[in-house]
Design a protein around this ligand. Structure first.
Ligand SMILES: *[C@@H]1O[C@H](CO)[C@@H](O)[C@H](O)[C@H]1NC(C)=O
Ligand SMILES: *[C@@H]1O[C@H](CO)[C@@H](O)[C@H](O)[C@H]1NC(C)=O
Length: 411
């Protein structure tokens, strides 16, 4: 499938048809020993056939892998011969992707959270929100993406002189969940009648960008559902950089690729891309006033605490771990969704160069975390009926983070 992606990135200008994934199988592979892990890591390094949605990194952490139909049998036989267990999550991921878009239609009643939102819907709604709540909601523009789309967000500020929270989503094109979750948070802060949301919106000034990678998001909607990167051409006719690994903290240390054709290509250097550069400059303007940053992305059900490259407790890691664990307890109340909490190296894949680590290192606001949202097996094929529950539980947990951080005198 990586071959497929490379192929189509060369041809997009002449060939804008949708790439299809008929009969591509999604596996949940379970490495139980170091040998299993090594086999998967080698496969991950060498393959241009299988598409890894998660990086093999820790024994017992499930790995999501997609196989095209031609290599399905070969893949299953290889796993079996190495004694590696797996589940077939989906026999045909195209069907799941079709389900995600089938009933998508703008409801008469305006914005909705029962389906994945498009960038047009989100931007239109943000403009509307700023118009209808102009006394405390302002549109903010970090800058333009490579293809000229605005990186647009909102500032919510009911009282002057408050500390700031920064929230981002949509750094990865294929991740359609985080932009929708982030607009749900915006909606609660602006129009919610929950007293907790109301005081959150009064106690802090919020700077929120639902889609940091508008080009990648649009391309994933229009052409290649599994497009991860932005859309700026790099060397050797490849396109795009994985923005989620392009921030200036431990850049290139782990989790990314130096090969421009790979979907996790980290770029020529930190902030090599207009999107990360503009958003980082925006953050610079509020950096010393930051109380916190929460970054949202699909998937894996993890709350990651800085720093990705280490298992050493750095800065106020221990406080954040406590806050995070309690907040994930609150997240689980409604739907029993279980999150792991820790540094990326402890509980996830140790990928460096993240926005959260960069902000923590540069400004050291007390509350910094990255959400890897639902789920652990469907990944980017997450069914539409899980969108609203994801929004609700995530909102509960964000309120809990504020509550617990205040309780522990961190905020
Ligand atoms: C997918 O697999 C089914 C069953 O093997 C087959 O009938 C169908 O033609 C395949 N679809 C495509 C597009 O290859
Ligand atoms: C894009 O951002 C600029 C400010 O940088 C603003 O003037 C313009 O209206 C924005 N366009 C849209 C479509 O939001």
């Amino acid at each position: 499938m990586l071959k497929l992606l490379i192929l189509c990135s060369c041809c997009v200008f002449v060939w804008s048809e949708k790439v299809r994934y008929d009969n591509f199988t999604l596996y949940n592979v379970k490495p139980l020993t170091e040998e299993h892990l090594k086999y998967l890591k080698d496969l991950y390094e060498d393959t241009d056939v299988f598409d890894f949605w998660s990086i093999p990194s820790i024994v017992e952490n499930h790995v999501s892998v997609v196989s095209p139909p031609e290599t399905k049998e070969e893949f299953q036989n290889a796993l079996k011969s190495h004694g590696i267990g797996y589940d077939v999550v989906l026999e045909d991921i195209q069907k799941a992707f079709d389900d995600q878009t089938r009933n998508r239609r703008k409801r008469d009643s305006g914005m909705y959270w029962t389906n994945y939102q498009t960038i047009d819907e989100i931007y239109e709604w943000l403009h509307e929100l700023a118009r209808t709540h102009s006394n405390f909601v302002t549109l903010i523009h970090a800058g333009k993406s490579y293809e000229g789309r605005n990186i647009t967000g909102v500032r919510i500020s009911r009282r002057s002189g408050r500390k700031a929270f920064f929230i981002d989503g949509g750094q990865v094109g294929a991740d359609w969940l985080s932009p929708t979750v982030v607009t749900y948070l915006i909606n609660q802060l602006v129009t919610g009648d929950d007293p907790e949301a109301r005081s959150a919106s009064e106690d802090f000034e919020w700077h929120i960008f639902p889609i940091v990678n508008p080009d990648g998001h649009q391309f994933s909607q229009d052409s290649v559902r599994l497009w991860m990167k932005n859309r700026r051409p790099s060397r050797s006719s490849a396109i795009g950089v994985d923005l989620s690994k392009n921030w200036n903290s431990q850049w290139a240390v782990s989790g990314g690729s130096f090969n421009p054709s790979d979907s996790n290509y980290i770029g020529l250097g930190p902030f090599s891309e207009p999107e990360t550069r503009y958003v980082s400059r925006y953050i610079d303007t509020i950096g010393t006033n930051l109380a916190g940053l929460l970054s949202f992305r699909a998937f894996g059900q993890r709350l990651l605490i800085p720093f990705a490259h280490t298992i050493e407790p750095m800065y106020n890691y221990r406080d954040m771990l406590t806050i995070g664990r309690r907040a994930m307890g609150s997240l689980a109340v409604k739907y029993n969704t279980q999150y792991l909490v820790g540094t990326s190296k402890e509980v996830h894949d140790g990928s460096t160069g993240t926005i959260a680590d960069w902000v923590k290192h540069r400004f050291n606001p007390p509350v910094v975390a990255t959400y890897q949202l639902r789920d652990r097996s469907w990944g980017y094929t997450l069914p539409v009926n899980q969108v609203l529950p994801s929004c609700e539980e995530t909102y509960d947990s964000v309120m809990a983070i504020l509550r617990e951080a205040k309780f522990m005198n961190v905020l």
